[in-house]
Design a protein around this ligand. Structure first.
Ligand code: SF4
Length: 375
């Protein structure tokens, strides 16, 4: 009983402190100036896996070009892909369009208010449904994302892995207790919305993954991790999976001012986006280079590229792009090249530079396009 009172007291303290802190420390983000559920939904989907400063111009442009659910529902897929170009994880934007069509057909075009209805929309999981319900409608629905997990595991010293079922359920319960308590507070406006946003904001600005700013933290007195000096070890995410290096070669083939490009098929990563023809070099060492047929010089050992229809025609790659996708560290060398046999009908499309600019490319291949335009 005593323990229960203690923990209720702590919940109340954390909620009150966070609401006061948020009132004076919240960043002025464009989607915080509205309670339009559509606008908040767009921001939440964009913010998955993407930083706030990257999202701001994307969100602003999106809201100008796709101001309503009805406009999104009817938009051409190429248009929404182009608006999303560079944000990655393109399934998100396709799900958004399907969800917009569902809202038109099932809810007369009005964004649903009921939590289960929001949760039934394509691409909307428990976190996003909680974020929209609380931020747009001030409903007492919990949220749990990476930032919130970090704050909660530290303040309450939860030392087990938050990805484990039991710990994850414990964290959702805790997030729910906090927002339920916030819903009873009358001296703050939109307390459920602000409580949830304050947890995310504290995790983003103060309770950061490395070197959290405990000295500036409003929760310093309540935080067990801080007292026990555990803040750098929580959340306990176990060992990271080792990353794997992968190497690709892309071919920039030009004929009479037109470039050979192709669209990625459905059901693969970056489906429907455009790219230059490319192949993976399985098991290639980091230093390998294809042989340039024009110079006959080996810039490195040429790995076998079975079935490859391209020959590099330059002595140096046009550019080398390095990026990471999930656990893969990818290196992509782009070479000016020629076809070794006549292009088959289904090998891609021959398009002019102006046309390429209108298409949505994968992030790495957009950089190759940038080098072509600059060169
Ligand atoms: S005191 Fe430190 S570890 Fe605890 S919540 Fe604040 S920033 Fe995070």
């Amino acid at each position: 009983m005593e323990q229960l009172e203690r923990s209720t007291h702590k919940i109340k303290t954390v909620v009150n402190v966070l609401l006061d802190w948020f009132a004076t420390n919240a960043r002025d983000l464009p989607w915080r100036r509205t309670t339009n559920p559509y606008a908040i939904w767009v921001s939440e989907i964009m913010l998955q896996q993407t930083q706030v400063k990257t999202v701001i111009p994307y969100w602003q442009r999106w809201m100008r070009k796709m101001p309503t659910i009805a406009v999104l529902a009817k938009a051409r897929p190429e248009k929404i892909h182009k608006l999303w170009e560079g944000l990655g994880y393109y399934t998100r934007v396709r799900n958004m369009q399907q969800a917009a069509q569902q809202i038109i057909s099932q809810y007369n075009g009005k964004f649903p208010k009921n939590f289960d209805d929001i949760l039934s929309l394509p691409g909307v999981g428990r976190y996003t449904a909680g974020a929209i319900s609380s931020i747009a409608f001030n409903q007492s629905r919990p949220i749990l994302d990476g930032n919130v997990i970090r704050v909660l595991t530290r303040v309450f010293a939860i030392t087990t892995d938050p990805r484990e079922r039991k710990t994850n359920a414990q964290l959702w319960r805790l997030a729910e207790e906090l927002v339920l308590h916030a819903s009873r507070i009358t001296h703050h406006v939109s307390p459920c919305s602000h409580l949830n946003q304050s947890l995310m904001e504290l995790g983003a600005l103060v309770c950061t993954p490395r070197s959290p700013l405990c000295g500036d933290c409003p929760l310093t007195k309540s935080c067990i991790a801080r007292k026990k000096n555990l803040q750098e070890t929580l959340p306990n995410l176990g060992k990271r999976e080792a990353s794997t290096a992968r190497r690709f070669v892309a071919f920039v083939v030009e004929r009479s001012g037109r470039f050979l490009v192709r669209q990625r098929p459905a059901g693969v990563v970056n489906a429907h986006l455009w790219e230059f023809p490319n192949v993976e070099i399985p098991g290639a060492p980091a230093s390998c280079r294809p042989v340039s047929t024009s110079s006959k010089q080996h810039a490195g050992k040429m790995p076998a590229l079975p079935g490859c229809d391209f020959h590099p025609i330059s002595t140096q790659p046009l550019c080398t792009i390095r990026h990471s996708i999930t656990r893969y560290r990818i290196t992509l060398d782009a070479w000016r090249a020629e076809l070794t046999k006549p292009a088959l009908k289904d090998s891609g499309s021959w398009l002019e530079a102006a046309q390429l600019r209108e298409l949505a490319f994968t992030a790495a291949h957009k950089k190759i396009l940038g080098h072509i335009m600059a060169g």
